[in-house]
Design a binder for this molecule. Structure first.
Ligand code: ZN
Length: 384
C-alpha cells in the first residue's frame, strides 16, 4: 500500500509522515494530498482557536475535541506556534497533551513551530488542514498563539474562529481588537469563574458596538475549561456560526481568484458591468510596474479585473493592438506559490517573471499560454 492508501485505511503513522512532508514542503506531501483528494473530499468543520497566552486555549481545545469525540466525530488538532522555534514550550505542552489522546485513533494532534517565512507557515497550515480533511477527519481544530497576522491567516482557513479571552485581561481586549475583532465568530470567556468575567464581556460588547462589521454579531460564550463547564453551549454556538454568512471562503486547494479582461477604457466597460449588470467596484488603482489601470469587481468568491493601459508601452496596450479587447488572463490562487513555481520550472513550463508582489500585496507569477493550453495564467499565493 502506498502512503495515501495507508492514510485512507486509518494508519496514523502514515498520516503523521504525510504531515511531516507537508511541513517540510517535500513534494511527496502534495502527491499524497492529490491522491487522497482524487476520490472527492467531504469538507470537514474547520475551527480556528486563538487568543493570548494564558487564556487556557489548549485546555479548552482538549475539552472541545473530547466533546466532538463523544458525539462520534473524528478530530485533528493543529497547534501552530510561530514563537516556539526557540522556546519549545508549546511543543512540550502538546506532547503531554498528545499522550492524553493516545489510544484514541479518532483524535490526532500535530504541533507546528514556525520555520522560515511567515507566509510559508500559513501555506503549510493550509495544507495540513487539507490533509486532515482529505484523511476523513470530521473536525479540524487549528490553534494559534496570539501574535497578530498569523491569526488572521489562520482565520481564513477556518469556517468558525473562536477568540478566547479571560477575566483580568484589562487593556488587552483593547490591544487585540484590531484585526481580531473582525475575524471572531464566537468569543469565549474562559476561566469565567474568576472575578472580572462581566467586565471582559462588557468590554467585548463595547468594542463590537463600535465595529461596523456586516452581519449578525459574534456570540459570547462563557466557559471553565478545566471543569468542562460551558463546553456544550460552546459547541452549539459553533454549530450556529457556520450557518452565518462569511465574507471569505475557506482557503483550500486551488481557486479562481479573478479573470483579467483587457479593455480600451475602464469607464466605458463599467457602463456595462456596473451600470447594466449591477456589479460593484471594490477597488481601483494603477499598478505602476505593469503600466495598467485596474478595477476589481467582486463576483462571488472571485472577481473580474478590468485592465486599461496606463501608457502606450503597456503590455495591455500591446495586447489590445494585437488581439483587441477580451479575456487577457485567468488568475488561479494556489496554496504554495513557491512550491508551484519550483515544480513548474522543473517541468519546463515557461514563466514570464520571477514571483513578485502586485496589487494588494499578493505574490504572483505569470505563466506563458504556450504552457497552459492557450491562456495566460496568473498564479497567486493564497492566504499570505
Ligand atoms: Zn490579474
Amino acid at each position: 500500500m502506498d502512503l495515501a492508501q495507508r492514510i485512507a485505511a486509518g494508519d496514523l503513522r502514515a498520516l503523521a509522515r504525510a504531515a511531516t512532508y507537508i511541513e517540510n514542503r517535500d513534494a511527496r506531501g502534495e502527491e499524497v494530498l492529490r491522491s487522497l483528494e482524487a476520490g472527492g473530499v467531504r469538507e470537514p468543520l474547520v475551527l480556528g482557536v486563538t487568543g493570548s497566552p494564558g487564556a487556557g486555549k489548549s485546555t479548552l481545545v482538549d475539552r472541545v475535541a473530547r466533546a466532538y469525540r463523544q458525539a462520534g466525530r473524528t478530530v485533528a488538532i493543529v497547534a501552530v506556534d510561530p514563537s516556539s522555534a526557540t522556546s519549545g514550550g508549546a511543543l512540550l505542552g502538546d506532547r503531554i497533551r498528545m499522550q492524553s489522546g493516545l489510544g484514541d485513533p479518532g483524535l490526532f494532534v500535530r504541533s507546528m513551530a514556525t520555520r522560515g517565512a511567515h507566509g510559508g507557515l500559513a501555506a503549510a497550515t493550509a495544507n495540513l488542514v487539507r490533509l486532515f480533511g482529505a484523511a476523513g477527519r470530521d473536525v479540524v481544530i487549528v490553534e494559534t498563539v496570539g501574535v497578530g497576522q498569523a491569526e488572521v491567516d489562520v482565520a481564513r482557513l477556518a469556517q468558525v474562529t473562536l477568540v478566547v479571552l479571560v477575566p483580568g485581561m484589562g487593556d488587552d481586549v483593547q490591544a487585540i481588537k484590531a484585526g481580531i475583532m473582525e475575524i471572531a465568530d464566537v468569543f469565549v470567556i474562559n476561566k469565567a469563574d474568576h472575578a472580572g468575567a462581566d467586565q471582559v464581556e462588557n468590554e467585548v460588547r463595547a468594542v463590537l458596538a463600535m465595529n461596523d462589521r456586516a452581519g449578525p454579531p459574534p456570540e459570547i460564550v462563557r466557559t471553565v475549561a478545566t471543569r468542562g463547564e460551558g463546553v456544550p453551549e460552546l459547541l452549539e454556538a459553533i454549530g450556529r456560526a457556520p450557518r452565518r454568512s462569511r465574507t471569505f471562503a475557506p482557503a483550500r486547494g486551488h481557486a479562481i481568484d479573478h479573470l483579467g479582461i483587457a479593455v480600451e477604457s475602464i469607464e466605458a466597460a463599467l457602463a456595462f458591468y456596473r451600470d447594466q449588470l449591477g456589479m460593484t467596484v471594490a477597488s481601483r488603482e494603477t499598478v505602476e510596474v505593469e503600466n495598467v489601470h485596474v478595477a476589481m469587481l467582486p463576483a462571488g468568491e472571485s472577481r473580474i479585473e478590468l485592465l486599461e493601459p496606463a501608457s502606450p508601452g503597456s503590455v495591455i496596450a500591446k495586447f489590445l493592438e494585437k488581439r483587441g479587447p477580451g479575456l487577457h488572463h485567468v488568475a488561479l490562487r494556489v496554496p504554495d506559490l513557491a512550491a508551484a513555481v519550483e515544480r513548474l520550472r522543473a517541468g519546463g513550463a515557461r514563466l514570464l517573471n520571477e514571483p513578485r508582489k502586485g496589487a494588494g500585496g499578493h505574490e504572483y507569477v505569470f505563466v506563458h499560454p504556450a504552457s497552459t493550453g492557450g491562456v495566460l495564467l496568473e498564479l497567486i499565493q493564497d492566504a499570505q
